[in-house]
Design a protein around this ligand. Structure first.
Ligand code: GDP
Ligand code: MN
Length: 333
């Protein structure tokens, strides 16, 4: 310890706006004990910009027991309830039916291609857990909506409304702020599996789906576009639905979480774009957010007043030419 003053950072609780209606929702944070410093950064950012007013409970999940130091420090960052959960082994570790030789070959291949986390088994466990298991955790059973939080992220703007309430009142299922292109080497055969699933289970595909977000040729090939899942504000009942559970099990059985490095971002995005009518997806364009080197900063007409500590010119997609997938999802939705 000793790297940080004991917290004096909890903002004084404020009253939510009179129209506020509390939702059955939680802030979900998967983390390792070693992530503590960056966990506190994200927490204090979100508490200051949002949760000191709404006091939604936090749920921390880990594949190992959280240390007392971790729990103690986290509790100092919020006045809201906090739960700490251990992930069951069978929801985390590489299943016994995975051919370890093939998995190892994949780790070597992706490492040789200089793919980020290419040689990591634990990263693959994490991606599979976020794809198919987090919403099954006992601590999350009581909740419908979740906001996914990651270490060392920024929320740039004061929130003057509750995004959970927004989803509920507008009948939306999945909310995002940033869309990006996936590293194609990590999902070489994912789209083949998706096409096979669509052929086997046409009943799950929405008539008003967002295929045009995923494919530029009517579904022949995947264009690598996905919602960046380190930020998600969504309805867990969608992941708990028959369509999604079948989809996850179908993909899981292909082994691609280990024989390639399928991410939860493309898996979630493909499901949301295909199984939901597109009006159930929502671009939270008024939420300023940064994870690693990419950020979304609302422009003045999108933002909630003048509280944003970011510059819209740094936003990905909309105002830069680096990528245009966020603007693509914008025009579509
Ligand atoms: P990136 O955002 O893709 O670069 O990956 P991160 O390292 O941020 O990991 C994504 C999320 O999973 C973060 O919330 C991490 O704290 C968490 N995470 C990654 N690996 C592990 C792990 O082995 N154990 C636990 N408990 N959490 C992990
Ligand atoms: Mn991250």
């Amino acid at each position: 310890g000793g790297f940080r003053q004991l917290s004096t950072t909890i903002p004084i609780s404020a009253e939510p706006e009179p129209s506020f209606q509390r939702q059955n929702a939680t802030l979900v944070f998967l983390a390792r004990n070693t992530d503590l410093r960056d966990v506190l950064t994200s927490m204090s950012n979100l508490e200051r910009r949002y949760n000191h007013k709404y006091l939604y409970p936090w749920v921390f999940l880990n594949d190992e027991e959280f240390t007392n130091e971790f729990k103690g420090r986290v509790l100092l960052e919020t006045n809201a309830p906090v739960y700490f959960g251990l992930i069951p082994k069978e929801h985390w570790v590489q299943p016994a039916w995975i051919d370890e030789d093939k998995a190892e070959e994949s780790r070597k291949r992706l490492k040789g291609q200089n793919i980020i986390y290419g040689d990591s088994s634990s990263y693959r466990n994490m991606c599979r857990f976020n794809s198919g298991y987090f919403f099954q955790h006992p601590l999350l059973q009581q909740f419908k909506y979740y906001w996914r939080i990651e270490p060392n992220v920024d929320y740039f703007c004061d929130m003057n409304y509750d995004p959970f309430q927004y989803l509920n009142q507008n009948n939306r299922t999945y909310g995002f702020t940033i869309a990006l292109y996936e590293t194609s080497e990590t999902v070489t055969t994912l789209w083949d599996s998706v096409k096979e699933f669509m052929a086997n289970y046409p009943q799950y595909i929405s008539n008003d789906n967002a295929m045009e977000l995923l494919s530029n040729d009517g579904g022949q090939t995947y264009n690598m576009c996905h919602f960046w899942s380190n930020f998600e504000i969504a309805d867990m009942d969608f992941w708990r639905s028959e369509a999604y559970r079948k989809f996850f099990n179908f993909l899981d059985a292909k082994g691609g979480f280990y024989y390639e490095r399928w991410g939860d971002a493309p898996v979630h995005s493909i499901a949301a774009a295909l199984f939901l009518p597109k009006h159930k997806l929502h671009f939270f364009q008024d939420i300023g957010y940064r994870h690693a080197v990419y950020q979304h900063c609302p422009s003045s007409d999108e933002s909630l007043g003048n509280s944003c500590s970011c510059h819209r010119w740094n936003s990905i997609g909309k105002y830069t030419n680096r990528l245009n997938s966020t603007s693509k999802s914008l025009t579509l939705l």
